[in-house]
Design a binder for this molecule. Structure first.
Ligand SMILES: Nc1ncnc2c1ncn2[C@@H]1O[C@H](COP(=O)(O)OP(=O)(O)OP(=O)(O)O)[C@@H](O)[C@H]1O
Ligand SMILES: [Mg+2]
Length: 336
């Protein structure tokens, strides 16, 4: 559905996007991750035809963003970092206006406005001025305008930025409900969000793609070695964590054993393997042969946050910086 080849965007002194390539299949929900200034917004603006690339190509639903921008726009719904809302309009009036810009009219447009109001949970404020809406409601109106023409592809730039936890969950659920019918790319700084709603992740850093994979594979790949959590219970009330730790350290392929805690008669350990060694079978055998009970043995998932930091070399994840807008952007957004 989306094919990006060697895409680059240079500003006067900055290379914002540096020869990135990726493909997104129809119906996929993909998380676009990267630290501030990584090039996420720039890439999204190229895909939505608001910004021409300096180099390379991008194809959406079979149409090239440079050669057939009108065809691309028809198939894309875009929620920019700052939703392109008109504060002096009422919600319904605004959505009708956007629908007309997208070539819709008459009774079918009125029906569609009603549908998206329901879908995005803004039906109760449809007669309210946008300037009077809370941030969360504005964001929902932003989503409503993005889906009004039922586009194949949705491009959402930090759709939950600045929302409170309840609104984040509601917006997340809304995006979830849109998946399936739409191909979705969303950028975010909230990593658990990606784990919740995205099948795939594209991580960019300094304008380059550093990883593109399923969440599951990324976790495996970043780890490179196996890491498992064991809960071991002593027999007859006897449990010496030191002895268990020494026994685990002797298992072939084990690189490190970390004692976590003891609760009643049970101890928890985290065990890491050497690279490309599979230790679960040998660990289980060693525990049972030593006469202890193995209550639990499970892979310890590396969080996406750890992977992100590992791949981008970032010190910490900072809150989003204010958007750097082009002078022409607000005018252009009205045409979206
Ligand atoms: N209009 C512009 N003129 C000059 N430089 C720009 C412009 N827009 C973006 N940049 C630069 O391009 C780089 C990528 O910016 P971009 O907004 O795409 O990053 P981002 O990944 O969306 O970051 P954030 O997480 O902060 O939203 C940054 O270094 C930024 O300063
Ligand atoms: Mg951005």
């Amino acid at each position: 559905m989306i094919t990006v080849k060697n895409l680059s965007k240079r500003y006067a002194r900055t290379v914002a996007v540096d020869h990135i390539s990726f493909e997104i299949q129809k119906g996929q929900v993909v998380g676009f991750l990267g630290p501030n200034g990584a090039g996420k917004t720039t890439t999204m603006r190229i895909l939505t035809c608001f910004l021409p690339p300096t180099d390379g190509s991008a194809n959406v639903a079979g149409f090239d963003v440079l050669e057939q921008p009108m065809e691309v726009k028809r198939r894309i719904g875009y929620l920019p970092e700052t939703p392109p809302l008109y504060p002096e309009m009422e919600v319904e009036e605004y959505l009708t206006f956007v629908g007309k810009l997208k070539g819709m009219s008459g009774p079918s447009l009125a029906v569609r406005v009603g549908e998206v109001c329901e879908r995005c949970a803004v039906a109760d404020v449809r007669k309210k001025l946008i300037s009077k809406l809370s941030k969360g409601y504005r964001q929902r109106v932003g989503l409503a305008q993005a889906i009004i023409h039922n586009p194949d592809v949705l491009i959402l730039d930090e759709p939950t930025a600045g929302l409170d936890p309840k609104q984040i969950i509601e917006t997340r659920d809304l995006i979830h409900s849109l998946a399936g019918n739409h191909t979705i790319i969303l950028s975010t700084h909230i990593l658990p969000e990606v784990e919740h709603i995205c099948e795939r992740v594209i991580i960019i850093n300094k304008g380059k793609v550093v990883a593109t994979d399923s969440v599951q594979n990324l976790q495996n790949r970043a780890r490179g070695a196996e890491s498992v959590v064991l809960e071991i219970e002593g027999r007859d009330g006897e449990l010496d964590s030191k002895i268990i730790q020494q026994r685990l350290e002797m298992v072939s392929g084990v690189s490190r054993v970390v004692f976590k805690e003891t609760r009643s008669n049970r101890s928890l350990f985290e065990v890491e393997s050497l690279k490309d060694r599979f230790i679960r079978g040998d660990l289980a055998r060693a525990v049972v042969e030593a006469g202890w009970n193995l209550n639990e043995l499970r892979p310890s998932a590396m969080s996406l946050e750890e992977i992100f930091l590992q791949l981008t070399g970032a010190e910490k994840i900072e809150p989003a910086a204010p958007a750097v807008e082009e002078a022409a952007a607000p005018v252009a957004q009205g045409e979206n």
